[in-house]
Design a binder for this molecule. Structure first.
Ligand SMILES: *[C@@H]1O[C@H](CO)[C@@H](O)[C@H](O)[C@H]1NC(C)=O
Ligand SMILES: *[C@@H]1O[C@H](CO)[C@@H](O)[C@H](O)[C@H]1NC(C)=O
Length: 484
């Protein structure tokens, strides 16, 4: 399925044999993240939840939007290189205060059933759509997870595709779109250390609460990192993992990326080489666009004072990221190119979810608690997971990873879809393309699963010659250890 002419991949796999795989971290599935006094109550009910935009909240928001100070004009001849162009802000504030149809939008937001349930001390919010199916059709659960600065609303346009019955399939998907803890209407932790690994446990427990001991997953952005952790910790529960932002941080892949700067053909297919190289382009993009990341990974609460208090500040901060995440070159546009891909309503709905739930501060902390020495010391990206994975790589996603490199983490990588368009906010930009890719992945995960049931007792699920070789090398490693 994948070409195997990347000889560097063999060297890296060989080197990996000499690097100790870190142990699986100890997982406490009952770790308490909420206020301590709630621990004696332990409410396990699942409560229906409805989003409200009430009159006092709207009045207060409008007041703030109408009373911003004069914006400092942008520098002459600039687009959004210095940050979101200030000339553009007033028209957005006017739209948000005067034209945004609050009541229509809240009806739209509530069109799918939403719930909250308390997991490990935190109220977790989610949408759950259970399709009605004819007899003989199996319903399979799929947990989908957004990232920052997005929300569960990103997945609304996917839900009809995912939950529809097709004559070509013997299954239909039940969608659970959760809000990451700390985001939207999900509570954030009340003490430090609640990183993506801990979120993976909470969301896995959510699936158990809903009666799903085994399920499929899809993740974007942070949601993808959480799901990767979930697949690492619970390989017998995650039946398949689909990611639109496959990333791994490990010394071996970093080494390979650097070697590829000199010899790209050793690392990546020529057709997509320009997504990785020259490395200097990639690194300068990362430095230019990740200021927010560094800020939130170190002092999230300081900037969150401004974002929580000023809707104008929140809008500019989010729009700048959505703009360059969509197309890096939109930094040169004053309007950030936003309306080329999204409707005004969509963009403001996303802001409203953060504003109405007052969650921008708790959401921002995901960076600090996941980009931490504690989390990095676990080295979860260096622990291979046996869960079958499928990756979708959009052209303008932040980074590209060659399949062989991703196999260091997910040896059972089933397929890679390469798009020649699309950016980081793919669920909003190309919902049908994404949903159909997820369905194809689930079809394949199920096929392999049924095949696997017939052939018990194989530890290495072989998908390509390359993985064959990995299995063989692992075998030699064991022999080697036995001899010493
Ligand atoms: C209105 O909504 C806000 C936030 O969404 C909430 O804090 C407030 O308590 C609500 N007020 C009423 C009267 O329901
Ligand atoms: C893998 O992905 C490619 C490109 O999207 C597609 O043509 C192919 O059918 C997929 N393979 C499987 C087994 O689904």
């Amino acid at each position: 399925m994948f070409s195997n002419n990347e000889s560097l991949s063999l060297l890296i796999s060989f080197l990996s044999l000499f690097i100790q795989t870190p142990p699986l971290p100890e997982i406490n599935v009952n770790e308490w993240w909420g206020p301590r006094h709630l621990k004696s109550i332990q409410d396990t009910s699942i409560r229906p939840f409805v989003v409200e935009f009430n009159a006092s909240m709207i009045a207060d928001l409008r007041h703030r939007l109408r009373n911003t100070r004069q914006m400092t004009p942008p520098l002459e001849g600039t687009g959004s290189e210095y940050g979101f162009n200030t000339k553009e802000i007033p028209r957005w504030l006017r739209y948000w205060a005067e034209e945004y149809p609050y009541q229509d939008r809240v009806v739209e937001i509530n069109k799918y059933p939403q719930y909250k349930t308390n997991i490990q001390g935190l109220d977790v919010h989610f949408v759950r759509v259970i399709p009605k199916v004819p007899i003989g059709i199996e319903v399979v659960p799929l947990l989908v997870l957004h990232g920052w600065p997005s929300s569960y609303l990103d997945f609304y346009a996917l839900i009809p595709v995912l939950t529809s019955v097709s004559p070509h399939r013997d299954f239909v998907i039940e969608v659970i779109a959760a809000s990451l803890p700390g985001f939207a209407f999900s509570d954030g932790a009340v003490r430090p250390g609640f990183g993506v690994d801990k979120m993976a446990v909470v969301l896995r427990n959510l699936m158990h609460r809903l009666g799903h001991k085994k399920f499929y997953t899809h993740g974007a952005d942070w949601g993808s990192v959480v799901m990767s952790n979930m697949a690492t910790f619970f390989p017998n529960e995650v039946l398949g993992y689909h990611s639109s932002m496959p990333t791994i941080f490990s010394p071996l892949q970093a080494f390979a990326r650097i070697v590829g700067d000199y010899f790209p053909s050793l690392v990546v297919r020529p057709e997509v080489a320009d997504r990785m190289y020259p490395l200097s382009n990639f690194l300068s993009k990362i430095v230019r666009e990740s200021g927010y990341f560094h800020l939130q990974a170190t002092k999230p609460d300081t900037v969150d004072i401004a974002l929580t208090d000023s809707p104008a500040g929140l809008l500019a901060y989010f729009f700048e990221k959505i703009s360059v995440g969509t197309r890096e070159y939109y930094q040169h546009r004053a309007d950030g190119g936003l309306e080329l891909h999204y409707t005004k309503e969509q963009l403001v709905d996303n802001l409203m979810v953060y504003w109405a739930s007052d969650s921008v501060a708790t959401a921002g902390r995901i960076y600090a608690d996941s980009f931490s020495p504690r989390y990095f010391s676990l080295r979860t990206d260096s622990i291979p997971s046996s869960v079958p994975a499928w990756i979708l790589q959009a052209k303008y996603e932040i980074s590209y990873i060659p399949p062989w490199m991703y196999k260091l983490k997910f040896p059972n990588l089933v397929n890679e879809t390469v798009l020649d368009t699309g950016g980081h906010f793919l669920a909003l930009e190309l919902p049908v393309v994404l949903a159909e890719d997820i369905v194809r992945a689930v079809v394949e995960f199920r096929r392999l699963q049924h095949k696997g049931k017939k052939k018990e007792g194989r530890n290495c699920e072989v998908n390509s010659d390359f993985v064959d070789l990995l299995c063989l090398l692992q075998f030699y490693k064991v022999i080697n250890l036995l001899c010493i």
